[in-house]
Design a binder for this molecule. Structure first.
Ligand SMILES: Cc1ncc(COP(=O)(O)O)c(C=O)c1O
Length: 300
């Protein structure tokens, strides 16, 4: 992580080392908080934030899902984000918006705890590396969609992801794959998942998963490239027998998967569809596709 100079917290810009919370912070104890991860890319017209408005919209949706009243408007958060990117002289990297229940109230029910908002940013390369990865199906199932609001990016959900991720890396794999409570393929620990079969892309439907903004972008890219994109329940056997498997996410971008459990995917080294999607996706993020400049917020 390449840290930056400043962090914005509750209306004040602080030095990185001074952006602290009290140990009796509600979210630290119970996991009820929300966040976003956003990338900022270098483009020929200067740095640009990818899908900033959509991420902030999801941030507020997530906050609302856990009853948080955010003491700022979406526009204020967007404006503060842009100011902080400039102040930090960020050219590319990762932006983290975090909203937590703060100090002043204990007990599971957060009513009465102050809501605290922060914006941080740091330099962050490719999350899962530049190359293909191996993936292990987790023994833990993805959180049941009726146990929580799975379409919200709630901090507590990530304990499920952390268990699966530790299990995968301890077994020598790069990342975890979740099945859901019905035994259908759900998503990665922090990524959406896809298979390619006979030139068609299949991905699990938008239920019980975090339906990513990258997933939405990939849907557009596939359409533009004339590749069929189908949302359909998938079983593990569909993954094992696929020609290609890949993950997407803000952090992971487009990451091909060479192995799932002990099964090699396709020939284990060529990913023509994932490679084409990745190239076109990165062109969009880097401002090289006029059609999608609307997804970029340029730093002026
Ligand atoms: C569980 C989970 N699924 C999917 C995604 C991909 O979402 P996005 O493309 O919006 O980053 C993420 C990352 O935020 C995630 O944490």
């Amino acid at each position: 992580m390449n840290k930056t100079k400043y962090i914005w917290m509750d209306g004040k810009t602080k030095k990185w080392k001074d952006a602290k919370v009290h140990i009796i912070t509600h979210t630290l104890h119970y996991g009820a908080g929300v966040f976003e991860g956003i990338r900022i890319y270098k483009t020929p017209d200067g740095p640009a934030i990818f899908r900033l408005q959509d991420h902030i919209k999801r941030l507020f949706f997530s906050a609302n899902a856990i009853g948080m009243k955010v003491p700022y408007s979406q526009k204020e958060i967007i404006d503060e984000t842009l100011k902080l990117v400039k102040k930090n002289k960020m050219k590319e990297g990762y932006i983290r918006h975090l909203i937590i229940y703060g100090y002043g109230k204990m007990g599971v029910n957060p009513v009465g705890a102050p809501v605290s908002v922060s914006i941080s940013m740091w330099g962050w390369g490719s999350y899962l590396g530049e190359h293909d990865i191996s993936v292990k199906t987790s023994k833990y199932i993805r959180i049941h969609p009726e146990s929580t609001v799975t379409s919200a990016k709630i901090i507590g959900h990530y304990s499920n992801s952390i268990l699966a991720s530790l299990e995968a890396t301890n077994a020598g794999y790069d990342e975890a794959l979740f099945l859901d409570h019905k035994g259908n393929v759900a998503e990665g620990a922090a990524e959406n998942v896809y298979i390619v079969k006979k030139g068609v892309i299949y991905t699990p439907p938008d239920y019980g998963i975090l339906s990513g903004l990258t997933r939405d972008a990939i849907k557009h890219v596939a359409k533009d490239l004339g590749i069929k994109f189908v949302e359909k329940s998938l079983k593990l056997k569909d993954v094992y027998s696929a020609d290609e498997v890949f993950f997407t996410g803000t952090a992971a971008e487009v990451t091909p998967i060479s192995k799932v459990d002990d099964k090699k995917i396709g020939d284990g080294k060529n990913y023509p569809v994932a490679a084409e999607l990745k190239k076109n996706f990165l062109n969009i993020t880097k401002g090289k596709n006029a059609k999608y400049k609307k997804w970029l917020t340029y730093i002026k």
